[in-house]
Design a protein around this ligand. Sequence first.
Ligand code: ZN
Ligand code: ZN
Length: 420
Amino acid sequence: MKIRAPRGTNDILPQDTAKWQYLEQKSKEIFSTYNYQEIRTPIFEKTNLFQRGIGEDTDIVEKEMYTFEDKGGRSITLRPEGTASVVRSFLENKIYGHAQPTKYYYSGPMFRYERPQSGRYRQFHQIGVEVFGTDSPAIDAEIISLGMHFISELGLKDLEVRLNSVGCPKCRADYKEKLLDYFEPYLEQLCSDCQNRYDSNPLRILDCKVDSDKDFMADAPKIHEELCDECQEHFSEVKEYLDLLDIDYQIDATLVRGLDYYTKTAFEVVCNELGAQDAVFGGGRYDKLAEEIGDRDVPGIGFAMGVERILLALEEQGIELPIDREIDLFITTIGEEAQKTAFRYLNQLRKAGIKVEMDYLDRSVKGQMKCADRNNAQYSIILGGNELEKGVATVREMKTGDQEEIELDNLVAEMDKRVE
Ligand SMILES: [Zn+2]
Ligand SMILES: [Zn+2]
């Protein structure tokens, strides 16, 4: 085989697509009960959308984007995440002129040039929500609860909500000063990335994986203890709403999102089986992002969840999704005439919504029976010369072995009654 799929991509084969379909279907069902509506944005966007919407000095924009020049000489990027596109669309289509809030969900592939490893792909898939037009703390609690509802419904256990507030540009300015003072004596002990972050983005030192275990990290000033009155009030209301919904959470001071347009609530939901750094979903408030992308002051909040991670967590917890892989009926035929008659009934049965299959490879009767087994058929129909003469079909229930003859003229109606 000379041509292989690009590194970091994978084919999702039918044995797995059934799980994907189940997951997508479930998310749509649940999200719509919270009155979220689906939005579909392009897979690629102008590169500068992500430069502004994700931030120039993030790993994603610096190292991980699939950026190319199209034939018209424009710089185009395959979307590395969903939020920037949804904000762009909200602004471009002037949805802010409608009654608010706007509650969206999306799902689809994202692209990042990362080192492929278990559970991480260069084309990966996310399901996410975004809400615009309100900074009500009730919405912060609502999206956490919505995400929890969805993954709990799938059967996932051992989930932990981690919560923080990153304040607003106002309270963060003072906080940054405190951080700089605090880390100054430890500058030499920080990793080289953090030594750069000290000048460019000191908040990011707090979520550095390399430095996280160093002694001095534990006593670093915590943003949620340095909030301005407004942010403080918002944070306690988010917690109050979560309490109302009986959702447990841990305050996690290392949940910082280092860019100015991230505001107030930040959260992550981790599944303990996956290991600490692997959140099943995460997100937060970005009240200044619409201003960054489109010069318009619109509060927003959202989360994104990794579909591959959810599937991995389900697997690790040994959870089987309730997927129906059975067919209702398999038609076994003997002889050419029976085969042609069967083909006609096959069509009628399918139009009646019955999931039915037959043999196309001229297999022996024994071979066809095996096919019926392989397809987990609930019933098998046998059609041969005898049956044709009498105008009947022999119908066998596979589980019990019970057999009966049904008149061909009534076959569709009778089978429709029998199949579940
Ligand atoms: Zn503030
Ligand atoms: Zn570091």
